[in-house]
Design a protein around this ligand. Sequence first.
Ligand code: KG4
Ligand code: ZN
Length: 338
Amino acid sequence: MEMKSNYKILSIESSCDETSCAVVQDGRLVLSNVVSSQIDIHTRFGGVVPEVASRNHISAIDNVVNSALTQANLTLNEIDAIAVTYGAGLLGALLVGVSYAKALAYASKKPLIAVNHIYGHIASNYISYKELQPPFLCLLVSGGHTALIKVDNYISHTVVGETMDDSVGESFDKIARVLGLGYPGGPMIQKYANGGKDNIVFAKQNDNMGYNFSFSGKKTAVINYVHKLEQNNIPIPVPNICASYQKWAVDELVDKTIKASVELNMDKIVIAGGVSANVYLRDSMKQKASAYKKEVYFPEMKYCTDNAAMIGSAAYYLIQNGVPFADNTLAPNPSIPL
Ligand code: KG4
Ligand code: ZN
């Protein structure tokens, strides 16, 4: 579609435990991005409780949307389209955002844009790097996915490899839980790893998976290691376990990403998803990529984890590249395949 200039999209994200609304202009300029996190609520349960998430989205969404308009200094009239994450994610959580967006679009007679959450994570890099365009190789490391994908253009991609079991984020979350570090686990593992040494070798795993990944066996090896120490009343060296696991998991991600970028002849490597906030991943990827003259892109920290700005950016490029608007029949899809 030929886009008018200053095209403003109001976007809504509610796929997991963040209720967020943003206003994004022309796919790259964030006019506002309000994120209401439920992390404190779910921390008490040691993870996201779907039913609790839905109810908190319901109570937060109206204020979050109004704040996004206020902070952008705009009225609903000045918005060109409404975008919403329709999947993947928790069904009840998605349902809140999708229903709200449908009602808002209907009442204000604005077009509706359905966005795949994963396209949002990729687009978080378009916000941070105004010149970045596909094609590129993307390492997608969100709570739900771990995959290497070739982003061919703004609306299609090819899966190069993906996890055969858990995502790397899930493995961080589960190990953190066993170590009693709280939720979400990724940032806690990183924090404790900083004060530790990566000197522990856990039970070795075979890797004949090509560009696919596996984190479930690694996670179990770490958990077994912890249990064995507990049974023998040996103090748990939490920082060293965190540092050693972080290195083990991240080195696999980095090595396979670099290898794929060389083999597929991709000069740009784009990292996306919550785990892209990990500082060891950032440093290690940059360092190894520079040896191969590859350019590496990471979202700004505030756009790594779930937010609506990335959804507004992805929405713009979907419409610009010919994906039709959604309508009132839009339904959430908890498990869109990669
Ligand atoms: O992309 P995201 O916000 O949510 C999904 O779409 O799933 O990713 C959440 C994941 C969680 O597993 C969390 O532990 C992880 O990202 N994470 C991190 C860091 N910050 C968030 N993992 C490692 N290091 C971090 N600094
Ligand atoms: Zn996400």
